[in-house]
Design a protein around this ligand. Structure first.
Ligand SMILES: Cc1cc2nc3c(=O)[nH]c(=O)nc-3n(C[C@H](O)[C@H](O)[C@H](O)COP(=O)(O)OP(=O)(O)OC[C@H]3O[C@@H](n4cnc5c(N)ncnc54)[C@H](O)[C@@H]3O)c2cc1C
Length: 556
């Protein structure tokens, strides 16, 4: 924690220097002594300290100053740092004014000039005030703070990005200023800087408005550029399948890099509780799984570039080359595509307009706390929707699941169905489909079409989370890798038609089980045609594929 500040304010340079010297001599070990030569300058210093979350322990101001006197300064300062102890430095003639100020401006103490010797006339009084201040002091939050509004999609995207990259931060909703005086004080200290939001306040004092993911990544030290341009194994996608492949590959000596568009963890990173992954009897959150896997991969020397997107692929002789969104290229001997799937969009009027402002795809971990006491809708009937409903039920007053069918039986695991039944504030609304989302600046109501009655009902809703299945985004691989009609990648036996190897195939063997139609390019996890969409199967495929890579590399 930065040292708490003692700020002294005086327009007379000699007096200012003298008091500063005495304060430093006695307090510099525990406090940072600062000075200002006018009330105005003192107030700007205090605003800056507030924006930096730097505690202020004591203010010592001379009463006689030209444009703003000591009492005036201390009264305004109280609004910025109400906990700071306030002392007035007065001449004998001002004693009465000082005594009045104790009541009117809530000043804690007044001292007489000159204060020599300070051991008798200054330090005992200030020690007393500081002792009092310390007994009530609660250290402020010292990490990154993000300021924005709950209904801004840019704020949501930023918080989601930080959370999924395991970057701790404090979220400050500026709309709470009316009810939270500390938020109001911070907003007033920042002034016009808040015209552009979201605004990130870094502990070193730097502030960045409307930052791009790249800017944040650079600032917090995420690696987005490769250290070299050649690897034994390059993996596109840092979900469970990609991370498992990286851990196995790197632990067996392959120089390995992962290219990840958003944050390591993939879809699993969005899961509030994975209960069926072997070895974790009481379940674990996706974020936790991702964090552990990242640490494990890095321990074996895997480079993880995130956020960084693969946008193209080509082959040059034995080399497989991926083109990155920033224009750079990475070349490798073996390439693995583990790019998973992305949420399908829900087509209904109003949905796109409120995305990030009450309508969310998947995720929810970031938003769950904000839903305290509200009515939340979850659209979908599969495990991901069930987990989300269970998570929101901890905070929301009521969670309503909109399910198109007549039950969850055919789409959800039994353990989740049982948990949902036992949770009184989760309500299941079957035969229900979303017809429209309504609101002005954010979601306020939804219209639900009931397929059994044919009627449409309009109900209040402050947040809606959509989990309606997912599809791979593999357009960037078109023309190079063979895909099925929905974009999933074909591998191994699925490529053999009538016993024939794929077109252009040159090796004197069939494609390996998880190999695509291009030798040395493999596909694992949810992106693969016919895969089982589970964490364990992704991890399994990623690990198994490494064995085929060794076999492939032995012949390159
Ligand atoms: C909310 C939720 C809850 C779930 N709960 C469970 C559960 O309890 N148990 C269970 O077994 N399964 C669960 N699943 C399913 C499981 O998470 C997936 O099957 C698993 O994550 C698939 O792993 P993957 O590595 O193949 O792909 P993903 O996890 O989808 O990871 C793919 C990664 O590739 C990245 N990527 C995509 N394209 C590019 C590109 N061009 N360049 C760079 N990076 C790219 C993506 O950003 C993503 O991070 C859940 C899924 C969700 C969404």
């Amino acid at each position: 924690m930065p040292k708490p500040v003692l700020l002294t304010v005086d327009d007379d340079p000699e007096v200012l220097r003298a008091i500063e010297r005495d304060l430093r001599g006695h307090y510099a070990q525990k406090y940072r002594v600062m000075r200002a030569d006018s009330g105005g300058a003192g107030l700007s210093t205090l605003r800056e300290l507030k924006a930096r979350n730097n505690p202020v322990a004591l203010l010592l101001a001379d009463q006689r100053m030209p444009s703003m006197d000591g009492v005036g300064f201390l009264a305004e300062a109280m609004d910025i740092h109400p906990q700071a102890k306030r002392a007035l430095l007065t001449a004998y003639a001002d004693t009465n004014a000082a005594i009045d100020a104790i009541n009117e401006a809530k000043i804690h103490y007044y001292l007489m000039k000159p204060w020599d010797p300070p051991e008798e006339k200054l330090f005992p009084a200030l020690d007393d005030l500081l002792h009092d201040w310390n007994s009530q002091f609660r250290p402020p939050y010292e990490g990154i703070r993000v300021l924005g509004t709950r209904w801004s999609s840019r704020s949501y995207d930023l918080r989601d990005f930080m959370a999924r990259n395991q970057v701790p931060y404090q979220w400050i909703d500026v709309e709470l200023a009316a009810t939270d005086p500390e938020v109001r004080r911070l907003i007033e200290s920042l002034g016009p800087e808040l015209d552009k939001m979201p605004l990130i306040l870094f502990p070193d004092g730097e502030r960045i408005a409307e930052p791009s993911q790249q800017v944040i990544a650079d600032k917090i030290g995420l690696q987005t550029h490769a250290q070299t341009n050649f690897y034994d194994l390059a993996i596109v996608g840092g979900g469970p399948a990609g991370l498992a492949a990286a851990v196995y590959g790197a632990s067996e000596g392959l120089h390995t890099v992962i290219v990840e568009r958003e944050a390591p963890g993939g879809q699993a990173g969005m899961s509030s509780r994975i209960e069926n992954y072997l070895g974790f009897p009481s379940g674990l959150s996706g974020g936790d799984l991702a964090r552990r896997a990242v640490v494990q991969a890095k321990r074996f020397g895997v480079e993880i570039l995130a956020p960084q997107e693969a946008v193209g692929v080509r082959t040059e002789g034995p080399y497989r080359i991926i083109k990155l969104a920033d224009g750079n290229e990475i070349s490798c001997h073996a390439l693995m595509i583990a790019s998973g799937v992305q949420w399908r969009r829900l087509e209904a009027p109003g949905i796109d307009q409120f995305q990030g402002a009450g309508v969310y795809y998947g995720g929810g971990a970031t938003e769950a706390l904000s839903c305290k006491g509200e009515i939340v809708y979850v659209v979908g009937g599969a495990n991901s929707a069930g987990q989300a409903a269970m998570n929101f039920a901890k905070y929301a007053e009521r969670v309503v699941m909109l399910v198109r069918g007549d039950s969850l039986a055919s789409t959800m695991s039994q353990y989740l169905i049982d948990q949902i039944k036992e949770t009184p504030n989760i309500q299941l609304w079957t035969h229900a489909g979303l017809a429209e989302a309504h609101g002005e600046t954010h979601l306020e109501e939804i219209s639900v079409l009931c397929s059994d009655t044919g009627k449409t009902e309009r109900v209040p809703a402050s947040a809606m989370f959509i989990f309606i299945g997912a599809l791979p985004r593999t357009d960037w691989l078109a023309g190079v890798l063979e895909r099925d009609e929905r974009g999933f990648l074909l591998t191994g036996p699925d490529l053999m038609r009538g016993g024939e190897r794929p077109k252009g195939w040159t090796p004197d063997r069939d494609p390996f089980l998880l190999e695509t139609n291009v030798p040395g390019i493999f596909a694992v996890g949810d992106v693969r045609h016919g895969s089982v969409k589970r964490v364990a199967s992704g991890v399994g495929e990623g690990s198994v594929a490494v064995q085929f890579i060794h076999q492939y590399l032995s012949k390159v």
